[in-house]
Write a protein that binds this ligand. Structure first.
Ligand SMILES: [Zn+2]
Length: 150
């Protein structure tokens, strides 16, 4: 599985991370499938996260609205354009997923929602300039897998 981040999305993340400072932010990832097992993050929603891991239990309505808007823009071509996972920032920690993160993502793919795989992108901005990130993959019935770390 390969996941890349569109340059425009990287720029947007950097800007948002500059603004949010030490506040944690996050949202959902929307992706384009370029080939079998090869995805690109082409859009994301951005929420301010309040409370621990609130982003994972964040209003289903908001999640659905962001996706609905994305599906409208991409013509309902779900095989190519779809939900890819979740993201959030670790302004004060390393970009490695925390135990809580792993637990929340596992609940997501093992739970009752119709999501059988999801990526977790964790980002932080170093020196106001360098975007550090990790991407982990969670697949129903399989152990989590780190696919990128920088
Ligand atoms: Zn986290």
């Amino acid at each position: 599985m390969r996941i890349e981040i569109d340059p425009a999305v990287r720029r947007r993340l950097k800007t948002e991370l500059r603004w949010s400072g030490r506040r944690e932010i996050g949202g959902v990832l929307m992706g384009e499938q370029l080939a079998a097992g090869h995805f690109r993050v082409i859009d994301l929603s951005i929420d301010t996260i309040t409370g621990s891991a609130a982003h994972f239990v964040r209003s289903e309505a908001e999640h659905v609205a962001a996706l609905h808007d994305f599906f409208e823009r991409t013509g309902g071509d779900y095989a190519r354009y779809n939900y890819l996972g979740e993201w959030h920032s670790h302004p004060s920690f390393r970009v490695r997923p925390s135990e809580t993160d792993v637990g929340s993502m596992t609940d997501l793919v093992e739970g009752e929602r119709n999501i059988t795989f999801a990526a977790l992108l964790i980002v932080r901005l170093d020196m106001w300039l360098h975007l550090r990130h990790s991407i982990s993959l969670f697949v129903r019935g399989q152990p989590p897998q780190m696919i990128h770390m920088s």
